[in-house]
Unconditional design. Structure first.
Length: 367
């Protein structure tokens, strides 16, 4: 089993980051194979995934498989700094550049020179900093705050996001040119619920890890508890799974974990899957998901509603041309016309002349 873990750190106790990652599920194995192909290069990588899916672990693995493995790996959370400080943190500053700058200080790009800089939550960067970041990536040099001298750097940049960057671009919150500069290679981490083959290996890992830390010896999971954990949706992904196992071992009275020992959240998080939202969407997959949502409502008249909406959409797409609408739907013109009348898109006025020349064809309305 391929297992990735973060280096031990006191900050992990309160972090929302995943501390372990496995590649047992078929989709995870495919991701690992892709990762191993692109890691040796110096190409920028954009890692897409929800919070707690293990984006930093994947970034570290990319670094460790590259020629830069013996050089620094610096992880920076772009949302952890105020807008006034983020420039100094990334690019450094000179003495006196701002109030409190008592000495000169190198930024994270300089600290990572020769190695890899991982920019987590890249979507949180303010627009003015995005402009400067783009210049750094293009020119391969930084200018410290308060200085006019450029400093050459040799850094591979890996970026991660849990927001929909395409929507952020459309809303004017993220630069399109920076997106394409970062997105040379895309690695998509699915939510834990969509890679069920990884759940049990992670459970076993965390049971072993926390059993050791708590001095409990060997602890096992009974069949009912295992089924409950496998069936749970894990909205908090790997980090939530770790927390559940940690809490379970704190209260478990025996060395066998049962259903009564598990405390799972009732929170339902409604969100569009960022791993899909940031990528080109398959129209048939989008339609399938929309139909599934409608089926869940159990309204009983779904066929009629879907047919009506399909007709309306096709008719409007065809600029209200009946012949074109019929061609789009694969129906005859007469059937299409009858259906459009039925749903109210066409209104037949029988007091008009018996000849109607709409759509360039003559239709006898009196027959």
């Amino acid at each position: 089993m391929q297992l990735l873990t973060l280096p031990p750190s006191p900050s992990l106790a309160t972090s929302i980051r995943a501390t372990a990652q496995v590649f047992e599920d078929p989709s995870s194995r495919a991701l690992l194979a892709h990762l191993q192909q692109v890691a040796p290069s110096d190409a920028s990588v954009l890692i897409i995934g929800q919070t707690g899916t293990g984006k930093e672990l994947v970034a570290r693995h990319v670094h460790n498989l590259s020629a830069r493995r013996d050089k620094p790996f610096i992880a920076v959370n772009c949302g952890a700094f105020s807008e006034t400080l983020v420039e100094a943190e990334l690019f450094g500053h000179e003495k006196g550049a701002f109030t409190g700058a008592l000495t000169a200080k190198a930024g994270w790009f300089e600290e990572a020179d020769g190695g890899t800089l991982f920019l987590d939550e890249i979507g949180d960067l303010p627009l003015p900093i995005q402009v400067k970041l783009l210049r750094v990536l293009q020119e391969r040099e930084v200018v410290r705050l308060g200085s006019r001298k450029s400093i050459r750097i040799n850094v591979r940049v890996l970026a991660a996001t849990n927001v929909q960057l395409e929507k952020a671009i459309n809303a004017g919150h993220f630069r399109e040119d920076l997106y394409y500069r970062l997105n040379v290679v895309t690695l998509v981490l699915k939510p834990l619920r969509e890679r069920p083959g990884d759940i049990l290996p992670l459970i076993r890992h965390f049971i072993a890890e926390y059993s050791r830390k708590l001095g409990l010896g060997d602890v096992t999971l009974d069949a009912q508890a295992q089924r409950k954990l496998l069936d749970y949706s894990w909205p908090g992904n790997i980090r939530e799974l770790e927390n559940v196992i940690h809490h379970t071992l704190l209260i478990c009275r025996h060395r066998v974990i049962g259903v009564q020992d598990l405390h799972l959240s009732n929170l339902r998080i409604e969100r569009q899957d960022t791993t899909q939202a940031c990528l080109p969407q398959d129209p048939e997959a989008l339609l399938q998901r929309a139909l599934e949502k409608l089926l869940e409502q159990e309204q009983g008249d779904l066929h009629e509603k879907v047919e009506a909406e399909l007709l309306r959409a096709a008719y409007r797409y065809a600029n209200c041309n009946q012949v074109h609408t019929a061609q789009l739907l694969g129906l005859s013109r007469n059937v299409t016309r009858s259906l459009l009348i039925k749903i109210g898109e066409l209104v037949v006025n029988r007091r008009r002349s018996p000849l109607d020349t709409r759509d360039g064809q003559v239709i006898n309305l009196s027959t």
